[in-house]
Design a protein around this ligand. Structure first.
Ligand SMILES: C[S@@+](CC[C@H](N)C(=O)[O-])C[C@H]1O[C@@H](n2cnc3c(N)ncnc32)[C@H](O)[C@@H]1O
Length: 258
């Protein structure tokens, strides 16, 4: 039998971050550089991420393929001795649809690994210097979406989640922004700050700080449909509050205040 000498004996599912190549992890970068075949989510990853790929590598877009087509390409290329990577936007554990791909590959006895990436909400928060967990305001971040064709489990309706008044990040929701705003206004004050980010960290991307009462009109005006993140949070621009962690009167393992 012919000996296979590929650079990597497993298929890596890689979080490529939100778009800016400088937000790739070093692990992701290393894998992109050695891959023979890069299967990538072209609808959500800017092409310049592929500038790091080695010459002659094969780049396959997934936007027009279904699960069986994607996994069959991965299996064929891998079995032909190629180093194969699968690039997802942001972090693969969030709305990445990786589980179904991994299950098919495992049936073929292909080893896999997942490399985390920076998710869209983290970059949008960073651009606004926002801490989403402020003591006595909220210590919780909810990452969710507004239903749509995929639907939501009954106990996770936006209404139920909004009751917590926590920091709330809405993925995949621009098309449902009117309905989302109406629901959120039942629980959050109209002046609650919202970070809206479109293609955050792409060359043509932007973010804006607005108020919840304006979220729908703003989105419609800007024609937001895809690649949009919303962070609704009582922690943004609040005058509260210093943490215990750096409070001089608070003792902990690393600061005894002797
Ligand atoms: C299929 S989900 C994947 C999320 C991704 N795994 C992550 O961690 O960011 C795609 C959605 O993520 C959000 N998203 C991904 N990249 C984004 C970006 N650069 N700017 C704004 N939103 C983004 C949008 O809500 C988009 O509709």
């Amino acid at each position: 039998m012919e000996k296979i000498e590929r650079m990597d004996n497993k298929i890596s599912f890689i979080g490529a971050g939100p778009g800016d190549p400088e937000l790739l992890t070093l692990k992701a970068l290393k894998k992109i550089k050695i891959a023979d075949v890069i299967i990538w989510t072209d609808s959500l990853i800017p092409e310049k991420i592929l500038d790091f790929a080695k010459e002659g590598s094969e780049k396959i877009k997934t936007s027009s393929l279904n699960l069986e087509q994607i996994t069959s390409i991965m299996i064929k290329k891998f079995q032909a001795g190629k180093t194969v990577i699968r690039l997802h936007d942001g972090d693969p554990c969030l709305f990445g649809a990786i589980k179904e791909q991994i299950e098919i590959l495992k049936k073929e006895k292909i080893e896999i690994e997942v490399i985390p990436g920076v998710s869209a909400f983290q970059v949008a928060a960073a651009y606004h210097e926002a801490e989403l967990t402020i003591p006595d305001v909220t210590q919780t971040i909810i990452l969710t979406r507004a239903g749509g064709r995929t639907g939501m489990p009954k106990k996770e309706s936006l209404k139920d989640l909004a009751k917590h008044n926590s920091s709330l990040c809405l993925y995949l929701s621009a098309r449902h922004v009117k309905r989302s705003q109406e629901t959120l206004l039942e629980f959050y004050p109209p002046e609650t700050k919202v970070i809206v980010g479109f293609r955050v960290s792409w060359d043509d991307g932007w973010t804006s700080l607005i108020e919840l009462k304006d979220m729908a009109n703003f989105s419609i005006e800007k024609k937001l449909i895809r690649t949009t993140i919303y962070i609704i949070s009582p922690a943004i621009n609040t005058s509260q509050n210093r943490s215990n962690l750096y409070n001089p009167s608070y003792k902990h393992l690393f600061r005894n205040n002797k």
